[in-house]
Design a protein around this ligand. Structure first.
Ligand SMILES: [Zn+2]
Ligand SMILES: [Zn+2]
Length: 352
């Protein structure tokens, strides 16, 4: 626009021009071009860096100034121990994603939390979020080389995510140099460096790749890649209907057999099917991995529309008959009547 043109001279008198500007930079969250989607905690720290502020000052003065509720929350304990909850699905996730959306005028900030899954998963599901920040040291280096800075993907905030699916190495939770756990919100707006000894959070010596199964990790990555819009398709009722159909199709409706197959107590499935209880994240993901179906599919649509998603009926029948003959069960604990389905069997039969 030519601002010297008289026809445009009233443009800057328009209140709308100023009212539609965000108070903070409207940074684009990382999560495209093959990068794992960023979590809200990481986004807030990058936002602080863009404004050359300490993350703690951003939280206390800017967020706290705009929201009395946040002013009551932010303190040392929050920076160090409780701040990771902004990546979850409880009240802090909602409070902080709302304020970041308001200050950046972005409508995709809630995607950086687990809020899209709040109808499915319990709010205070124990062990959903890590107690301290965890990271893949090789990913931090890769990000720095390719992006020019490091960030924390949202999946690193989940307790279940133990191994990097790219590098096949365990995530770290203490600095490899000074062995200290890291605060969720450091003083300096820099990710990828220890908040105490300031060294890069990468091991000093070479790291060797482990051969490990990362099916749980890749399932979690799929869950967290979904946007709030697409997650409107999921519901607890869909989960219940699909679970009932799966047990009917694959285990002849025998809930106890299904529970033994999964290594769960009977009451868990009864609670989900009959009492409207929510499954924990580990159980939902375990079922998704066992059926080779995404957790998103297990909680959306209906089984009538997606009968092809289940293992073929004859596989279910052979599983049932083999289980009844005791051919493929292996005891997990001899003192308790708990059983585990051998992974090799699953790989052989569920691929068909
Ligand atoms: Zn990695
Ligand atoms: Zn350190």
């Amino acid at each position: 626009m030519d601002i010297h043109n008289e026809e445009n001279e009233n443009f800057f008198d328009d209140d709308a021009f100023f009212l539609t500007r965000s108070r903070l930079y409207s940074l684009t969250p990382i999560g495209d071009a093959g990068w794992l989607k960023e979590g809200l905690r990481s986004y807030i720290i990058r936002l602080a860096r863009a404004h050359r502020l300490s993350p703690r000052r951003l939280l206390r003065n800017v967020f706290g100034g705009a929201s009395p509720k946040i002013a009551d929350v932010v303190c040392n304990r929050f920076y160090i121990r409780d701040g990771g909850t902004v990546d979850g699905l409880g009240s802090y996730a909602q409070l902080f994603s709302d304020i970041v959306s308001q200050l950046t005028l972005r409508d995709d900030i809630a995607d950086l939390t687990l809020q899209g899954w709040r109808d499915l998963l319990p709010k205070n599901g124990e062990g959903t979020l890590t107690k301290h920040p965890c990271w893949c040291p090789l990913c931090l280096g890769l990000q720095r080389d390719l992006l020019g800075h490091s960030y924390f993907p949202h999946v690193w905030s989940l307790t279940l995510y133990r191994t990097c699916s790219i590098h096949h190495i365990p995530l770290l939770e203490v600095c490899p140099h000074c062995s200290k756990v890291q605060p969720f919100f450091p003083l300096l707006p820099i990710l990828g460096y220890c908040a105490y000894c300031r060294c890069a959070l990468e091991p000093p010596e070479e790291v060797h790749k482990h051969i490990s199964d990362v099916s749980i990790e890749t399932e979690l990555e799929d869950m967290l890649s979904r946007s709030q819009d697409s997650l409107q398709q999921i519901s607890l009722n869909n989960f219940r209907v699909n679970l009932g159909a799966y047990i009917d199709t694959t285990f002849d409706g025998n809930k106890a057999l299904f529970c033994r197959h999964m290594g769960w107590d009977n009451w868990a499935v009864k609670g989900w099917l009959n009492k409207g209880k929510q499954p924990s994240l580990p159980k939902l993901v375990k079922w998704a991995v066992a059926t080779r179906t995404s957790a998103y599919d297990l909680c959306s649509g209906s089984v009538k529309d997606r009968s092809a998603a289940w293992p073929a009926a004859e596989v279910g029948k052979s599983a049932l008959s083999a289980a009844r003959q005791g051919l493929v069960w292996t005891p997990r604990n001899e003192n308790k009547l708990a059983w585990r389905w051998p992974l090799s069997w699953l790989a052989k039969h569920l691929d068909r």
